[in-house]
Design a protein around this ligand. Structure first.
Ligand code: KIV
Length: 298
C-alpha cells in the first residue's frame, strides 16, 4: 500500500503535471447562491471514495456528491434502492477524509426519509454528525421534510425530475416549477434537476432564487453534475445521451491489468530494481551460509 499526503506533506506534484489555478476558499451553500448571482457556473461531481474525491477536490470541483448511484456504479446493484444508510455513511466518511474545499453533500438513500418527518430528520443528522456531510440531498417534492431539516439547521439539496418522458406537457412543466418553488421556499439551498427538458430547466433556473444543478437538463442550469464513473468511462452499459465521456479509464485500467498479468506470467515483474536488497556485508554472510550451512553474525 502506498501512503499519500495532502499538499504541504511529502508528496510533491510530479513534473509535467499541468497546473490549474484552483480557488482555495471553502465552498459553502451560501457560496453556491453567490455563484448563481454572479453567473458563475457551479461544477459538481459524484465521488464515493478517498482517492477520486481527493482528485475531484484538488481539480476544483465545487460540490462533491456521495450519490446513491453508489449502489450501481460501486456496489454493482441493478438500481439504487438497495443501498443502506450504513453503506452511505461509510462512503461519505471516506470522502470526508479527502475533501477540503468542495461542499460535501450526502445522498440520503431510499427508505431513509420515506417514513415520518422526524425519522427523516434523525437520519439526516447522522450524515452530518457521523460522516461529516455538509448537506444532504433528498429526492422528490418533500416540502415538509425540507422545511423540518432547514429548521434543524441541516442544509438540504432538493432533487426533482428523473423521468424526462413524463414532462412532455405544459401542465407537467408547471407542476415541476411549482415543486421547485415550494422546495426553495421550504429552505432547500440548491436543487438538482435530473432528466428535465432544457426549456423547463431554463425556466426554473431563471425563476428560482437558489442554484439549479442539472444532469440531463441542458446547459442553462446554474451548474452541472455528472456521475464520476460515467464521466471517465468506468461503467459497463451504454451511456445516457447527456453523458460526456472525458476519459476512457475503463480501457486504460483494463490494459494496465492485462499488462501486469502478462508480466507476472512471464516473470518480467518485479525486476531487480524493484526488489529490496540486503546490505553488502549481510549479503556476503548469507551467501556464506549457502557454502557452510551456518549463519555468521555481522
Ligand atoms: O446519486 C446520484 O449520483 C445522483 C446524481 C444523478 C445527481 O443523485
Amino acid at each position: 500500500m502506498s501512503v499519500t499526503n495532502f499538499p504541504g506533506g511529502s508528496n510533491p506534484t510530479p513534473p509535467g503535471t499541468p497546473i490549474t489555478i484552483v480557488p482555495t476558499s471553502k465552498v459553502t451553500m451560501p457560496a453556491l447562491g453567490e455563484m448563481k448571482r454572479q453567473g458563475k457556473p457551479i461544477c459538481a461531481l459524484t465521488a464515493y471514495d478517498y482517492s477520486t474525491s481527493r482528485l475531484a477536490d484538488e481539480a476544483g470541483v465545487d460540490l462533491i456528491l456521495v450519490g446513491d448511484s453508489l449502489a450501481m456504479v460501486v456496489l454493482g446493484h441493478e438500481n439504487t434502492l438497495a443501498v443502506t444508510v450504513d453503506e452511505m455513511l461509510h462512503h461519505t466518511r471516506a470522502v470526508r477524509r479527502a475533501v477540503r474545499r468542495a461542499l460535501l453533500v450526502a445522498d440520503m438513500p431510499f427508505g431513509s426519509y420515506h417514513g415520518t418527518v422526524a425519522e427523516g430528520v434523525a437520519n439526516a443528522v447522522r450524515f452530518v454528525k457521523e460522516a461529516g456531510a455538509e448537506a444532504v440531498k433528498i429526492e422528490g417534492p418533500r416540502v415538509e421534510l425540507v422545511r423540518a431539516m432547514s429548521e434543524a439547521e441541516i442544509p438540504v439539496v432538493g432533487h426533482l425530475g428523473l423521468t424526462p418522458q413524463s414532462i412532455r406537457s405544459a401542465d407537467a412543466a408547471l407542476e415541476l416549477k411549482a415543486d421547485a418553488h415550494a422546495l426553495a421556499q421550504a429552505g432547500a439551498g440548491a436543487l438538482v434537476l435530473e432528466g428535465v427538458p432544457r426549456e423547463v430547466a431554463a425556466a426554473i433556473t431563471a425563476e428560482l432564487p437558489i442554484p439549479t444543478i442539472g444532469i440531463g437538463a441542458g446547459p442553462d442550469c446554474d451548474g452541472q453534475i455528472l456521475v464520476f464513473h460515467d464521466m471517465v468511462g468506468l461503467t459497463f452499459a451504454p451511456a445516457a445521451k447527456f453523458v460526456r465521456r472525458y476519459a476512457d479509464a475503463g480501457a486504460l485500467i483494463r490494459t494496465a491489468i492485462e499488462q501486469y498479468r502478462d508480466d507476472v506470467e512471464h516473470r518480467a515483474f518485479p525486476s531487480d530494481e524493484e526488489s529490496y536488497h540486503l546490505p553488502e556485508a549481510a549479503r556476503r554472510a548469507l551467501e556464506a551460509t549457502v557454502k557452510t550451512g551456518t549463519l555468521r553474525k555481522v
